[in-house]
Design a binder for this molecule. Sequence first.
Ligand code: PRT
Ligand code: MG
Length: 209
Amino acid sequence: MITIAVSKGRIYEDALPLLAAAGIVPIDDPKTCRKLILATTRPDVQLVIIRATDVPTFVEYGAADMGVAGKDVLLEHGAEGLYEPLDLKIAGCRLMTATHKDAPELSGRIRVATKYVKIAQSYFASKGIQAEIIKLYGSMELAPLVGLADCIVDLVDTGNTLKANDLEPRELIMDISSRLVVNKASMKMKHGAITDLISHFEKALAIRN
Ligand code: PRT
Ligand code: MG
């Protein structure tokens, strides 16, 4: 049995066509079904539906053989324990700094609100900017509006969320897409099955692009 960890939401939706290319079609729909383990049309493959930030943990510990996770989540988690064989180029967005639209250029010691503490720390360090990082778990956009932080580090897609909150994107930290990750022991023990799945995904990506 091969277990694949996927998060609900945009990654799941974008991953479905790639999974289908390998003959993997979930039997239940996680939007309407509360099951956390989904059987698929392939009796040797099941999906586990978990929080996006938990995917690296499940795969690292071998609770899932493989998974799909955003590069943002992988960098923040520290993915040394995982193989990352494929950029699936799904759930694309940009990791950016953003400030209030009327804010001046950032200078001096600044406060940054984000859920990406590690990424933000190394980004501002690399720029020689002294930043105090404040960890938040959501609604980062609020922080500059209520004086909690000068700046946020968050994902931007259309930019509508920033705009709706009088914020503006400033600097691009990196482009983000979702990656296929594989447990290192699984890669050895289930080598044939896993490389077979990877090559199906690769073919589907080649056709799509
Ligand atoms: O939602 P939950 O708390 O369960 O976890 P999550 O937010 O980590 O999961 P999910 O499904 O929202 O995101 C999973 C992955 O999708 C992320 O790790 C990214 O790699 C990728 N992704 C792609 C995004 C976005 N685009 C995105 N726009 N993740 C989040 N957003 C959010 C962003 O944080 C901001 O709040 O959407 C808002 C901005 O969108 P725009 O279009 O208004 O700019
Ligand atoms: Mg979310």
